[in-house]
Design a protein around this ligand. Structure first.
Ligand code: PGA
Length: 258
């Protein structure tokens, strides 16, 4: 089965709504100028919440083929949850994807596997595809705990009945550090995640789920990852803030020559 590659940009807490407009415009124009094949590669951006309405309006008005994601959502749908954002609101803004359990949320906001699981259910209720982020810390890596990302995936998706899912394997030691996992290392872990998903959740789901690599991805290293049979895309942080660099990452096929 062929899985459509997915290139996602996680802006984190960068770019206000005015900067977002300029960045989205530049990204779309750069890709359009290069005759980008949007059918063959999905390009997703995850701006801060306060940028989403501006980005959505622009994308709709101009007919850009960029897809919106949110960086998080509440596990609740509405009510007395000050500061939280409902999946219902995100769906209304045409967010097709939502990042769940990014390592920065797990670390800074103490998000547990249980909460990640509840957020996956919330995304499902609102028809938003979760991009579940997993990855081991440096200490866990040094202790040989290779099962960490697999367990995080299983905790997130088991018993959810989810039928569409994206997973982003992001070794915490590779995020924003410039220290990149080798393509072989990433492939091995990602293959392990896919096998466990098949064995313990659902074979069909495992086969069709896109599993991305994330952590210090740039235009000059993206091709190595995407050559691997189990790596179906990348989740890009820092390098997604620069439209030209991000467009170059999305055009990875030209680097691979396929
Ligand atoms: P980075 O971030 O590309 O800046 O390492 C990746 C991420 O956190 O999603």
């Amino acid at each position: 089965m062929t899985r459509t590659p997915l290139i996602a940009g996680n802006w984190k807490m960068n770019l206000d709504h005015q900067q977002a407009i300029a960045t989205v415009q530049k990204l779309a124009w750069t890709l359009d100028d290069a005759d980008f094949d949007y059918e063959g590669v999905e390009v997703v951006i995850a701006p801060p919440f306060t940028d989403l309405r501006s980005a959505q309006t622009l994308i709709d008005a101009e007919g850009f083929k960029l897809i919106l994601a949110a960086q998080d959502l509440s596990d609740q749908d509405h009510g007395a949850y000050t500061g939280d954002i409902s999946g219902e609101f995100l769906a209304k803004l045409n967010c097709q994807y939502v990042l769940i359990g990014h390592s920065e949320r797990r670390m800074i906001h103490n998000e547990s596997d249980q909460l990640v699981h509840a957020k996956v259910l919330a995304a499902k209720r609102h028809g938003i595809v979760p991009i579940v982020c997993v990855g081991e810390s440096l200490e866990q890596k040094n202790a040989g705990q290779t099962e960490v990302p697999i367990n995080q995936v299983l905790e997130a998706v088991k018993d959810t009945g989810i039928s569409e899912l994206v997973i982003a394997y992001e070794p915490v030691w590779a995020i924003g550090t410039g220290e990149v996992a080798t393509a072989e290392q990433a492939e091995e872990t990602i293959r392990g995640i896919r096998e466990s998903l098949a064995e313990q959740v659902d074979e069909g789901l495992a086969e069709k789920t896109r599993i991305l690599y994330g952590g210090s991805v740039k235009a000059n290293n993206v091709a190595g990852f995407l050559k691997m049979p189990n790596i179906d895309g990348v989740l890009v942080g820092g390098a997604s803030l620069d439209s030209e660099e991000f467009a170059n990452i999305a055009r990875f096929r030209e680097h691979i020559g396929v």
